[in-house]
Ligand binder design. Sequence first.
Ligand code: NIG
Ligand code: FE
Length: 411
Amino acid sequence: MSNLVIINANISTPTGNSAVTGTGMSELHHIANGAIIIENGIITYVGPQDEMPSYSPSVEVIDAGGKAVLPGFVDSHTHLIFGGFRADEFEWRLKGDSYMSIMERGGGIQSTVNETRKADVNSLADKARWFIKKMSQMGVTTVEAKSGYGLDLDSELKMLEAIKLTSEAEEDRIRIVSTFLGAHAVPKEYKGRTEEYVNILIEEMIPQVKDKAQFFDIFTEKNVFEIEDSRKLLLAAKAAGMKLKLHADEIVTLGGAELAAEVGAVSADHLLHVSDEGIKRMAAEGVVATLLPLTAFALREPFAPARKFIEAGAAVALATDLNPGSCFSGSIPLTIALACIYMNMSIEETITALTLNGAAACGVADLTGSIEVGKSGDIVILEFDTYKSLPYYVGMNCVNTTIFQGKVVNK
Ligand code: NIG
Ligand code: FE
């Protein structure tokens, strides 16, 4: 928890302690010639430089030189912990195979499950730390990480332990929010016996993991966990005190968005094939729509209807979905470019989606996601003086400095 002063900053930030919805997403607060004071990791001043209070001469000062300064990015949906790789499947898909047909043949998620079960906890954490360093270079100061490649109690606990080890080892660099995704797939030993696996999740796994992860997540999908099983699992997790997320309407229109609204989920994610009714229900119930353009891009699927969500008054977050299968990328710059170019989000909406709304999707909007007094000193300084250049540099990393809790973690 450090002290730091940033001067000559061209600050732009969303504001508030909760997700910003609809047209509000395009309203950033701007401070030209701004300054920020961070004490013990917490922002104590943000405003015009010529009005800033005095600060100790011993404190470190960064002169941003008029460059654009934004809140640290939040990657609110990743599968950061996994064994093995799936480059072979990627090549099959290039040749026309589909994601679901590979999964139905026992590949896909199950193939990563096989590798993850074999891996020891330290090697899983070490692998994740490589990605954390890359994320930090791209300005990420908060990341969500899911289990979901264990699919039995011991292996899921091992994955949650790997998230904890990674989080402890990188605690000076990044904040990690953990999610239990034991309902990612029906493991091969329960093939054709989904009901039994659902009961094991409810009776054995949820009670053991409920205090080890902040969120419960599920792959609600045709031929994976359909609506009725998903509802049962989500309500059991909710009753155990867990906050809820869903992988919803990713491959087909199934009613995952409507279910997310019904059970009071914090977010529903993917939503490539969401129905108009689902959009309306999510907006009405305040469920954050976490859109993952890199996955649509990598699967050659249509992009999620970001504009429809925003026009319906919903809150949109953007995240990478980094995982070894459907989307092996944690690229923040490419996420920004795809959101602006293909999903028709404005640059301001994209920034809100990757900061405050991502923080809301992770349940930490009171801590981070905006540059405001009382929030953590999680900040990025860009290479140029306007944030407007972000999508223009298509897929190129334009983060000059990443600051986490008032400490420079990447420059
Ligand atoms: O978010 N759709 C399900 N889960 C992941 C993919 C996981 C994998 O392919 O390993 C996703 O796309
Ligand atoms: Fe995912």
